[in-house]
Design a protein around this ligand. Structure first.
Ligand code: SAH
Length: 393
């Protein structure tokens, strides 16, 4: 017996389904379900077989985001979601060293078969971001599941979730007893302050953890420029790695204030300078023969597919500035977190920048997101962070 409204695919359109891609586009649908925005629906093939379950989204091109591809005999209830979250935790327990790192992504949307749900752990606090309609109905289940995993505080990031939370009281942010912010966490042994309330995203960019470690490993005796530094993650690692001098630049005063605090609590203030500035302007006037390492980690320039062309220009200009300012024999770590700029396109853009500046550039490594940001193999779009470690002659 069917408990959820049915979405019926056009004949032959279940092929994408066999490939377990979690997005159903409107063109593939023959019969829309009698359902509201955000309702869970059953996906059926044209010949009447049940194929999966997903969140219905009638106003989007992606009309359904599937979270279950093995529907046979499955009940979508509280236990179902709890099990999913426990499995996500089991992955992190296998690949992370919790003694050195107590901040990590527990739920990575499609990467953990939870479309529209992000959950980041900061010590014993969990910060949740909800990105699609329907997920808000899971708030009580999510909370219970997190508490049963041992988390003490659960915070709902309403700013980013507000579009889908119109029925929910805006005041609801703490789902448990609140706690004082910022919290102090550790990442690869480095201390960091995180404020989920005032900070960007869930408070910190956990996705750069491994790249920060790599950068720190090359920093001994070097002058390092960390552009788009936010709260100084790369800066603290570079200083911990023995950098001679580190300069951190961000346009946000709040970010720079916390960056200074992060440097301070790790005891490195004497080798660090911070600047509230536009990174493009800063790079334009920076000296040409001072920085041995430059980190370029801007925000997503292409927030959607229509913005790719502008984003391309932005990335190219930024990388040209980096190539002009890096000392001969220096390293540039350059990143893009735009989902709509894939790694092939990104490399082409960086190639264009190198060619225009006219310096020899070698790719030493391709960089990506860490293991707590898993990519569902059927949803390659989930690999959003790409970077290059470059040696510039
Ligand atoms: N590298 C950081 C994350 C960067 S997020 C980390 O490891 O944590 C992007 C940052 O760029 C944000 O802090 C934002 O305030 C800043 N930003 C955006 N546009 C900027 C600009 N034009 N100049 C300087 N900073 C900018």
């Amino acid at each position: 017996m069917s408990v959820f409204p049915q979405l019926i695919l056009k004949p032959k359109k279940e092929r994408a389904f066999v490939h377990r891609h979690p997005w159903i586009f409107s063109g593939a649908v023959e019969v829309l379900p009698k359902a509201e925005n955000g309702d869970i629906v059953e996906v059926h093939s044209n010949d009447g077989r049940i194929l999966g379950f997903g969140f219905f989204s009638p106003y989007s091109q992606i009309v359904c985001r599937v979270f279950e591809f093995d529907p046979e005999g499955r009940t979508i209830d509280t236990d179902y979601w709890k099990t999913k979250i426990q499995r996500a935790m089991a992955v992190r327990q296998q690949v992370l060293d919790f003694k050195e790192t107590d901040c990590y992504r527990l739920l990575h949307a499609e990467g953990d078969f939870c479309p529209g749900i992000i959950a980041d752990a900061y010590g014993d606090s969990l910060v949740v971001q909800l990105l699609i309609k329907g997920t808000e109905k899971l708030i009580p289940v999510l909370k219970d599941a997190f508490l049963s995993l041992g988390f003490k505080h659960v915070y709902l990031k309403t700013k980013q979730s507000s579009q889908i939370l119109e029925q929910v009281n805006e005041e609801i942010t703490w789902l448990t007893e609140p706690r004082e912010l910022p919290v102090e966490v550790k990442e690869n042994g480095v201390k960091l302050l995180v404020d989920f309330e005032k900070g960007q995203k869930t408070g910190f960019f956990l996705d750069q953890r491994e790249n920060r470690r790599i950068a720190g490993g090359f920093s001994e005796g070097k002058n390092v420029l960390n552009t788009f530094c936010y709260t100084g993650g790369f800066s603290v690692y570079a200083l911990a790695g023995g950098a001679k001098e580190v300069h951190s630049v961000d346009s946000s005063q709040a970010a720079i204030t916390m960056c200074d605090e992060n440097v301070e609590i790790n005891g490195f203030s004497d080798r660090h300078q911070s600047y509230v500035a536009d990174c493009f302007d800063f790079l334009k006037q920076a000296p040409r023969d001072f920085y041995d390492i430059i980190i370029l980690d801007p925000p997503a320039f292409a927030k959607n597919a229509r913005k790719v062309e502008n984003a391309t220009r932005g990335y190219k200009e930024l990388n040209m500035l980096g190539f002009k300012r890096i000392k001969p024999g220096g390293l540039v770590l350059t990143f893009s977190c735009s989902q709509n700029v894939d790694k092939v396109l990104f490399q082409k853009i960086v190639f264009g920048a190198a060619a225009d500046v006219g310096r020899n550039v070698r790719i030493l490594a391709h960089l990506s997101q860490p293991m707590d940001h898993p990519v569902n193999i059927y949803h390659p779009e989930g690999e959003y962070l790409k970077g290059l470690l470059l040696y510039v002659e």
